[in-house]
Design a protein around this ligand. Structure first.
Ligand SMILES: N[C@@H](CCC(=O)N[C@@H](CS)C(=O)NCC(=O)O)C(=O)O
Length: 198
């Protein structure tokens, strides 16, 4: 059984739960109580010295980082299509994994950390960064249904949580009709898994 150390309100964890649900990969969820500092405990640190979720354990393999986990699960356990076989298609998807870890993390995800969880980050800066990346994504999606390869892939799973949760960081999605339509398309996929506030 594949185990995911998980926090329900973490977008990084939701990326993994979403792919698993859409691709039909059974996961055993192991909830981690961040507020109680469980990620700092000795048993958890022994598995992940970075003290972060998500953390995946599969048959002796221990993996941290949502994007590494997405690639592994899709390549190893998902039906063909979620992670393509050819280098050019893989690289096209990795563009979006980098966008997720960079512009999205420092934009809408950071704004939500401030508004929902009280983190001492610069909300105005997160709003400014969101106002750069969201129009680029909206333009990109104006002429296609999915981020790459004309089908849902791990790229869509990586970007969905923090974009769909952007309003929780006081970043409205009204100016972005193509993003809103993409969110609705993802929600309509067979097996879609929701999360609180989505
Ligand atoms: N690059 C990592 C970032 C993971 C991360 O920041 N996880 C947060 C939850 S979303 C965490 O575990 N924080 C631990 C803490 O707040 O002490 C990924 O993509 O998974």
């Amino acid at each position: 059984m594949i185990h995911l150390y998980d926090v329900e309100l973490s977008g990084n964890c939701y990326k993994v739960r979403l792919l698993a649900a859409l691709a039909g990969i059974p996961l055993a969820l192991c909830p981690v109580d961040l507020a109680a500092g469980e990620q700092l405990s000795e048993p958890f640190r022994a598995m992940n010295p970075w003290r972060q979720v998500p953390l995946l354990v599969d048959d002796g393999l221990v993996l941290r980082d949502s994007h590494a986990i997405l690639v592994y699960l899709a390549a190893r356990h998902a039906p063909a299509g979620w992670w393509p076989a050819d280098a050019a298609s893989q690289a096209r998807i990795v563009q979006w994994l980098s966008t997720s870890a960079g512009e999205i993390q420092h934009g809408p995800a950071s704004a939500r950390l401030v508004e929902k969880f009280g983190y001492q980050l610069d909300h105005a800066e997160a709003v400014r960064r969101s106002a750069v990346v969201l129009p680029l994504i909206d333009d990109h999606l104006a002429s296609r249904d999915w981020l790459e390869l004309d089908r849902p892939t791990v790229a869509d799973c990586a970007l969905f949580p923090y974009i769909a949760w952007a309003p929780e960081g006081r970043i409205g999605l009204e100016p972005y009709p193509a993003i809103r339509a993409w969110i609705d398309r993802i929600k309509a996929l067979p097996g879609f898994l929701t999360a609180p506030g989505i």
